[in-house]
Design a protein around this ligand. Structure first.
Ligand SMILES: Cc1cc2nc3c(=O)[nH]c(=O)nc-3n(C[C@H](O)[C@H](O)[C@H](O)COP(=O)(O)O)c2cc1C
Length: 230
């Protein structure tokens, strides 16, 4: 009886996870959910490369005029290949601007999975995260093929049907931005997070603590599942 030879299998290429934190707090709910995703991912990808950048602890500068000159050059010359962006550097000030962008963009382009832990600040994302987005975003730049996970936290409740839903410029902004600018399909984005965090400190929201606990428990369970499945 002939035996069937086992097919040679190609091991999956090692993956890279870029994990961004943006909470000003060390003990933070967005960090907690993001860490749960990252922990599960690292357990299931022992050969993977894990890159972590804490945008609150080590902020990236806001873009300046020289950055806008790089951006305009890329647009004017219709440069869509990121490897060609250095062609835009023509002055010492632009070289300084590019020296800030290059490592940030290098990490982003190297990533198979981009995990963003984002608190809600004033209905939106923290300035530290927005500064990073501004630095790494160039015209007509595609990040298709990468998966994005957003681990959010917020003081109130902004889910579908809540009175505050129209004020959500945190999750909504990120849901719009990555598909809208970077051509990331919606199915390659996952959002999970903890709501009603302010119930822990605001006496007026004390009655919502159980709802907060439930939201946190569900987010952490989802984070472990998502992290292991990426
Ligand atoms: C500067 C600042 C602004 C905030 N603005 C809002 C807000 O507009 N809406 C809201 O629901 N919660 C707001 N919060 C509460 C935070 O979203 C909440 O504490 C959340 O847990 C922060 O994420 P973190 O735990 O990861 O730090 C704000 C908190 C801070 C510190």
């Amino acid at each position: 009886m002939p035996t069937t030879a086992a097919r040679p299998t190609t091991p999956p290429a090692a993956q890279t996870l870029l994990h961004l934190d943006a909470s000003a707090r060390r003990s933070s709910f967005s960090r907690e959910v993001g860490d749960a995703v990252a922990g599960a991912w690292r357990s299931s990808h022992p050969d993977g490369t894990y890159l972590h950048r804490d945008l609150a602890l080590t902020p990236v500068p806001q873009i300046g005029e020289a950055w806008t000159e790089l951006c305009d050059y890329v647009l004017e010359h219709q440069i869509t290949d990121i490897a060609r962006y250095p062609e835009a550097v023509r002055t010492p000030a632009q070289a300084d601007a590019w020296a800030v962008v290059e490592p940030l963009l290098g990490e982003l382009v190297a990533a198979d999975v981009v995990l963003i832990a984002a608190p809600m600040y004033n209905f939106s994302v923290p300035a530290s995260l927005k500064a990073w987005i501004d630095q790494v975003t160039f015209p007509k730049m595609s990040l298709a093929g990468r998966r994005f996970v957003v681990a959010y936290a917020r003081g109130g409740a902004y889910g579908p049907g809540t009175p505050r839903q129209p004020y959500d410029h945190q999750e909504r902004y990120l849901r719009d931005f990555f598909p809208g600018h970077f051509a990331v399909p919606e199915e390659d984005m996952t959002f999970l997070g903890t709501e009603l965090v302010n119930s822990l400190v605001d006496p007026a929201l004390a009655a919502r603590r159980e709802a907060h606990d439930a939201s946190r428990t569900a987010a952490l369970a989802a984070a472990r599942t998502v992290g292991a499945s990426l």
